[in-house]
Design a protein around this ligand. Structure first.
Ligand SMILES: *Cc1c(COP(=O)(O)O)cnc(C)c1O
Length: 682
């Protein structure tokens, strides 16, 4: 059963590749060394038949190495060289053509037929037109260079369901044959047929960073780096012409080239039908670099400041609620992008909006007006109440702006700002000073003066709000602080007290905003209209953007010269923000949050009654904290290994903030993984 499931999953992984390569040419070149064992040859040819049956158009270019050497020995012909280049005289040419077209070519056709495929050799026709080649004026006899590929001959064989089989021989119009270089023939054919891929099967694993270290295989290399690798000796000897041929193919429009070990069973299929492949692929510069995990981690060690506790996983790709690491392991993400990818990773609407905007305008200074910024500001107001917005690039900056607005609004007469213990408002000095966690501040003193911290959800403590207070800044659900939800009574009293004392109420919606709690903004659950609220994280669908929105009579205090941000509200970020609002509305994501919340709570409640390491469940919408009695970090790391991303805050609170468009099936899948880990820790 397990094995059957495994086999099916392999097939499923292959499907998108089959679809995207349908009807596309894949030129495969294999050198003589593959012939040294019949098993390898059969293996490669069977893969080719599979590719043809799966709808691709494989073309085979073969060498004949060991057979040619043997035939020459048998006839007593000694190889001749001029300047290190093999000379092809009449007798040699006869042997080469007999062996290649006659012996090897026909044998390949027979083996392909034995696997139920069709194949035809092309060299007896004028498929490769060649002329005599005299490199640097040296006469090497019947050595030719390609002047033309007759692609209609390839097309005809391929249209009839066959595999063209090519020997590295060219012909001129008089019918004279020439010995040509097989690697060059392969790339010229690939370029001419506009092939999707060119695959070199040889007797090496691929390009190694260090020849003596098997783990140093370079699985992806950009074409621009070839010269550098040749210069530093990583690519050397016989590899150079192959890699140059690969480079030429890419530069003439072939999508990818691969250098793969032909001795490996089903190397061809593995390379073509899986994400990561088994050899080295050479790609255009627009594709990602393709470092192995260890290589990227090493660069981090050396060049990136170590201010984060990072998971040892490298991610280049994500979609919806799923991410893939560079080893092609996939993870279901219940904490996408630290709450930034609230509508899932790379949402189509956001991606499309950005594509359109990149063509028009990446940046314009805030000394001009820009349409996208105006529209996004309008959308924020339409989804809340009449507010005006200022844009910046992060949550911390949004809160900085709110703090500055509160102080300038009171014209310096009040400077006290009250926040809550356990809150999190950002890492810049101002927002850090607002953050009610001494542990985060103590190494950066003196912090910005004027901040007072009161216990969260403590009605009594609201008496701290007085006529010297400029503002209260608060998260209605503390995020980093452990998913602590404010009570309705507390929020009502808070608003009343602020109003009574002329104190501005600032709600930090950086984590709770944009649908996270089932309404656009968490304050909408409490039926209040704060004077100021801040957004960031999910607002940009993955782009860096923050906003500070305030009632117009308050925001009027920010006159020119008082505050600003160079990048703030740039057209790219704002287009992304607009797309996020559209996606949430058009795809009715708030309704989804209601459904998902029910489903998650039901399942988590049942897990809580089953596993007593869960001591508490807290949250709203899809912002859920699960307090555990055991090491939360360990549970989080075990989930990661099992393919589920969650977060842990305060050491004992597991945080699940899945995308607000996550599906019930994905929730089931993730919580099933979660349960296996709980079981282990019980
Ligand atoms: C993440 C967060 C911030 C800080 O946002 P940055 O974009 O990291 O500066 C501020 N407030 C809350 C509630 C947050 O969750």
């Amino acid at each position: 059963m397990q094995e059957a499931i495994f086999k099916s999953s392999v097939l499923v992984e292959a499907l998108p590749y089959m679809q995207s390569f349908h009807n596309k040419y894949v030129v495969v070149k294999f050198g003589g060394s593959v012939f040294t064992q019949d098993e390898h040859l059969h293996n490669v040819l069977q893969d080719l038949v599979f590719m043809r049956q799966a709808g691709m158009r494989p073309v085979l270019v073969h060498g004949g190495g060991p057979f040619i050497n043997k035939a020459m020995q048998d006839k007593g012909i000694k190889p001749k060289f001029i300047n290190g280049q093999r000379v092809t005289d009449k007798a040699t040419l006869n042997i080469v053509s007999d062996v290649l077209i006659g012996h090897v070519g026909e044998r390949i056709v027979k083996i392909i037929e034995s696997f139920g495929g069709k194949a035809k050799t092309v060299n007896r026709e004028l498929a490769i037109v060649a002329e005599k080649h005299m490199p640097e004026g040296v006469d090497l006899g019947f050595v030719g260079k390609i002047s033309q590929i007759k692609h209609d001959i390839f097309e005809e064989i391929s249209n009839n369901g066959g595999i063209p089989v090519v020997s590295p021989l060219g012909m001129d119009i008089t019918g004279q044959l020439y010995n040509i270089n097989g690697d060059i023939a392969a790339w010229k054919i690939a370029a001419d047929l506009k092939a999707e891929k060119l695959v070199f099967l040889s007797n090496i694993k691929g390009i190694m960073r260090d020849m003596h270290n098997d783990d140093s295989l370079i699985s992806t290399m950009r074409v621009e780096r070839i010269a550098e690798y040749i210069n530093n000796g990583t690519i050397s000897g016989g590899m150079i012409p192959k890699v140059k041929a690969a480079e030429n193919a890419i530069r003439s429009g072939v999508h990818k080239t691969h250098i793969v070990d032909g001795r490996l069973r089903h190397a061809l299929l593995l390379e073509i039908f899986s994400e990561k492949g088994v050899g080295t692929q050479i790609i255009k510069s627009t594709d990602p670099e393709g470092y192995a995990t260890s290589e990227t981690l090493k660069l981090y060690d050396e060049f990136v400041i170590g201010n984060y506790g990072r998971l040892p996983v490298v991610i280049n790709k994500a979609k919806g609620s799923r991410i893939w690491d560079v080893e092609n392991k996939s993870y279901l993400d219940f904490f996408p992008g630290f709450a930034v990818s609230g509508i899932g990773y790379n949402h189509d609407k956001v991606v499309e909006a950005l594509h359109r905007q990149t063509d028009e305008l990446l940046h314009i200074g805030n000394n001009f007006h820009m349409e996208a910024q105006a529209i996004l500001a309008k959308l924020i107001a339409q989804h809340s109440y009449p507010v005006k917005s200022f844009f910046c690039n992060s949550g911390a900056e949004a809160n900085e702006a709110a703090i500055k607005l509160a102080r300038i609004y009171h014209q310096g007469k009040r400077n006290k700002i009250i926040t809550t213990i356990g809150s999190f408002h950002g890492r810049t000095l101002g927002s850090l000073s607002a953050t009610g966690q001494e542990s985060l501040q103590k190494e950066f003193t003196p912090i910005v003066p004027g901040f007072t911290y009161i216990p969260f959800n403590d009605i009594d403590a609201l008496k701290e709000i007085d006529q010297n207070t400029a503002a209260v800044m608060i998260e209605l659900i503390q995020g980093e602080g452990g998913i602590n939800v404010a009570t309705e009574k507390y929020v009502k009293k808070l608003q009343e007290t602020c109003q009574k004392n002329g104190v501005l109420l600032i709600i930090d919606e950086v984590q709770t905003g944009m649908g996270r709690t089932g309404k656009y903004f968490s304050f909408q659950h409490f039926d209040i209209k704060p004077d100021i609220f801040t957004l960031a994280k999910s607002l940009g669908g993955g782009m860096a953007i923050g906003s500070m929105s305030a009632k117009p009579e308050i925001s009027a205090a920010l006159v020119p010269g008082t505050h600003g941000s160079t990048f703030g509200g740039n057209p790219m970020a704002c287009r992304a923000g607009i797309a996020v609002f559209e996606a949430i509305d058009e795809e009715k994501m708030l309704d989804n949050v209601a459904d998902i919340q029910k489903l998650m709570l039901k399942k988590l409640q049942s897990l809580k009654s089953k596993y007593n390491i869960i001591t508490d469940l807290r949250g709203k919408g899809v912002m859920i904290g699960i307090q555990v009695a055991k090491n939360g970090m360990q549970i989080m790391q075990d989930c990661l290994k099992a393919g589920l991303i969650i977060n842990c805050t305060k050491g004992d609170t597991l945080r699940m903030l899945p995308a607000i468009n996550i599906t019930p099936a994905e929730i089931d899948e993730g919580l099933a993984i979660f349960e296996t880990i709980l079981e282990k820790h019980q």
